[in-house]
Design a protein around this ligand. Structure first.
Ligand code: PMP
Ligand code: GLU
Length: 396
């Protein structure tokens, strides 16, 4: 038989999804693993959101909707973006799809042609790299180290730009680092994008989860020049504990929204009708649930950061948002733990899972080889147990 598609065959499994599947399988097999793998809130979806979905089913609101989402949901998205981020968008600039992950892919499909370059600051969320390649473009990775708070500078961006650069993907607050760009940092990056005529794909799905009283600034809120070249990505998965409902959305110029509406009308079709009703309730309903979950995440962050920085051989900088922390394990390189020589974060995570019964994601897939990502979107009891096990593992 002839070969499969080269693009599809080259796609790597998502390491976050893979670790999550592995630790869930171990738990199902009766092994007492503590999972810090996938970034998925442990909270249940709030009751008023579930009630809206139940109502949709009872009312037979179960048929196709417009391919790019219902008018009610697009209006709810615009209202929330205005209230939370000061952004003025109209429903014709919104495309709803089956998760923010798919929206990133759509954004790339809207913008890139084969051979175009897309700048990707590292550490990056694993799926961006694969999606850039899936869209036929070339990733240009710009590494932002721990010393700069894992944040790319405008100078680094400028140095990476070539005549083939089409877009920048920026993730703020960032998965996997939890770091947040300030208005000044964003402004400097935005100026380069405007000067060099580069589109911005800004994934802001964690904007509701910021700590220490920090105020979120959306890159699209800086000025109209930046906004017109930005595709904003957002969704309900993280802030409303709705990962399984699969609703994400993007906001862009009307022209881009039109291109993508046509695109989805021939590919995915409309997003789940019941989930769209639930998302309307999430965005229009009381927002206290977001604040409550955010406060719980902040307490967990404080605990995990404090514990990690007291352990021998590992350290981390304090994340400012999202629910991830990057643990630096470079000092462990060359050490033997439980008879296993640790040379990479992969070695470390494999040994930690096998002997410590703790699942965390090695940094390689995020473009951060000497690091391990821990998601603290899990209960405080699990976090305490996991930190005790990590400590014991490191001391063994
Ligand atoms: N962007 C980032 C940065 C994420 O961490 C995730 C988590 N999966 C997503 C997008 C996708 O979210 P969704 O569940 O809406 O597809
Ligand atoms: N975004 C989460 C993570 O990074 C969920 C898994 C995924 O979609 O990759 O772990």
């Amino acid at each position: 038989m002839k070969d499969f598609s080269q693009i599809a065959s080259a796609v790597q499994v998502s390491s976050t999804m893979a670790i999550d599947a592995l630790s869930k399988q171990m738990m199902a097999d009766g092994i007492d693993v503590v999972g810090f793998g996938a970034g998925e809130p442990d909270f249940n979806t709030p009751e008023h959101i579930k009630a809206a979905a139940n109502r949709a089913i009872a009312d037979n609101n179960t048929r196709y909707t417009p391919a790019s989402g219902t008018a009610a949901l697009k209006e709810a998205v615009c209202r929330r973006m205005k209230e939370d981020c000061g952004l003025d968008y109209t429903p014709s600039q919104v495309v709803v799809s089956s998760g923010a992950k798919h929206c990133v892919y759509l954004a790339l499909r809207a913008l890139v042609n084969p051979g175009d370059e897309v700048v990707l600051p590292a550490p990056f969320w694993v799926s961006y790299l694969e999606m850039i390649k899936m869209a036929g473009a070339k990733p240009v990775i710009v590494t932002a180290g721990e010393g700069s708070g894992f944040k790319m500078t405008a100078e680094q961006l400028e140095a990476a730009v070539t005549p083939n650069t089409k877009a920048l993907i920026i993730n703020n607050p960032c998965n996997p680092t939890g770091m947040v760009y300030s208005r000044e940092e964003l402004d400097a990056i935005a100026r380069v994008c405007v000067d060099k005529d580069i589109y911005v794909i800004s994934d802001e799905i964690y904007y509701g989860l910021m700590y220490d009283g920090r105020q979120f600034v959306s890159i699209a809120a800086l000025d109209s020049e930046v906004r017109e070249r930005t595709i904003l990505i957002n969704g309900v998965s993280k802030s409303y504990a709705m990962t399984g409902w699969r609703i994400g959305y993007l906001l862009a110029s009307e022209k881009i929204a039109k291109v993508l509406s046509n695109f989805v009308s021939n590919s995915t079709g409309s997003p789940c009708t019941i989930s769209q009703e639930a998302a309307v309730a999430a965005l229009n309903g009381p927002q206290g649930c977001v604040e409550e979950m955010c406060q719980a995440f902040e307490k967990r962050r404080n605990y995990i950061v404090e514990r990690m920085n007291r352990m021998d051989g590992v350290s981390c900088i304090q994340p400012e948002g999202a629910f991830y922390v990057m643990m630096n394990m470079e000092k462990l390189v060359g050490r033997t733990i439980h008879g296993q020589l640790i040379q990479t974060a992969d070695d470390f995570c494999a040994a930690l899972l096998k002997y410590g019964l703790v699942a965390a994601v090695p940094g390689g897939g995020f473009g951060a080889p000497g690091f391990v990502r821990w998601s603290y979107a899990t209960s405080m009891d699990n976090i305490k147990k996991g930190m005790d096990r990590l400590e014991e593992f490191l001391n063994s």
